[in-house]
Design a protein around this ligand. Structure first.
Ligand code: A3P
Length: 294
């Protein structure tokens, strides 16, 4: 996991010493960089990524807050984009590989080196980020690449993160900031940023998956069935696969940590009504006037 044990350059050290920092969750120290909290390794990864990543017009970038549906969207986007090469069958890569190693995580891959080779990725390249919109490498914004952003009820994100943290390190948990910028960007520039919510994706998966496919330029023909991909990527299918129940991912995290309950409103078994109210009030304050409702 991204514990920040990378070799840091002098530039990163200088920057870290100027940033607000706090005792972290899972790590001894976290740093506030461009409005979000990161480990020292990720700060270096973000710097390297911002300076060196060159987006191609054909790229597709999945942007999410951790625990808002990244694993699901990675599976769906991978299955959608490569469905000519990998039709849904017993040989589909998602049946043998956890969705995470199939889709590179930009700023994490840049932690150890400014040179990351993405040349092996099939076209169109599909990549994931947890960066807020203002922290994205400039070429992602200036090129014609597409961004799919997924958000989720902050209470479910919070509870999901809490369980994830407890699994990784039982002692401590921490709250993550709530983002709203992608919402404005998707309204300003609907051809560039597609705003997806976990809740809508759960309630009407086929409709939403078709909308995502149209947006990234691989829409379904009248004859094509979307249901196979939806079923392949469903929580029920993915979470039962041997590859997602056993073993660890290259990032050191147990594969099954990414599959817990996969429900809307799953927070109810963990959060008290009073804590839920506090989160609702904070969300309401942060999103007031945006037009975005949870
Ligand atoms: P819960 O902890 O509420 O169950 P991320 O992938 O961004 O880390 O988010 C993890 C959350 O998405 C977990 O939520 C996990 O169970 C859920 N999830 C993982 N795969 C899913 C799928 N195929 N369909 C629906 N939810 C999924």
């Amino acid at each position: 996991i991204y514990l920040g044990d990378e070799d840091l350059t002098q530039e990163t050290r200088d920057l870290l010493s100027s940033l607000p920092s706090e005792k972290g969750w899972l790590v001894s120290q976290i740093y506030q960089f461009e409005g979000s909290w990161h480990t020292q390794g990720l700060v270096q990864g973000i710097l390297n990524c911002q300076k060196n990543f060159k987006a191609k017009d054909s790229d597709i970038i999945l942007a999410t807050t951790p625990k808002s549906g990244t694993t699901w969207l990675k599976a769906l986007l991978f299955a959608l984009i490569h469905r000519d090469k990998f039709p849904v069958s017993s040989k589909h890569p998602l049946l043998a590989t956890n969705p995470h190693p199939l889709v590179p995580y930009l700023e994490a891959d840049y932690r150890v080196s400014p040179d990351v080779d993405f040349s092996e990725l099939p076209s169109p390249r599909l990549m994931q980020t947890h960066l807020q919109h203002h922290s994205l490498p400039a070429s992602i914004k200036s090129s014609s690449c597409k961004i799919v952003y997924c958000c989720r009820d902050p209470k479910d994100v919070f509870v999901s993160l809490w369980h994830f943290g407890r699994k990784l390190s039982p002692e401590e948990t921490a709250e993550y900031p709530i983002e709203k910028v992608y919402w404005y960007e998707s309204r300003k520039n609907p051809n560039k940023v597609l705003f997806v919510t976990y809740e809508e994706l759960k309630k009407q998966t086929e409709v939403e998956v078709k909308r995502i496919a149209d947006f990234i330029g691989c829409g379904f023909t009248a004859e094509e069935e979307v249901s196979e991909i939806v079923k392949l990527c469903s929580f029920e299918s993915l979470s039962k696969l041997e590859v997602n129940r056993q073993g660890k991912l290259p990032n050191g995290i147990e594969s099954n940590s990414y599959f817990r309950k996969g429900e809307i409103g799953g927070w109810r078994d963990t959060l008290s009504e009073s804590l839920a109210e506090v989160i609702d009030r904070t969300t309401e304050e942060k999103f007031r006037g945006s037009g975005l409702k949870f």
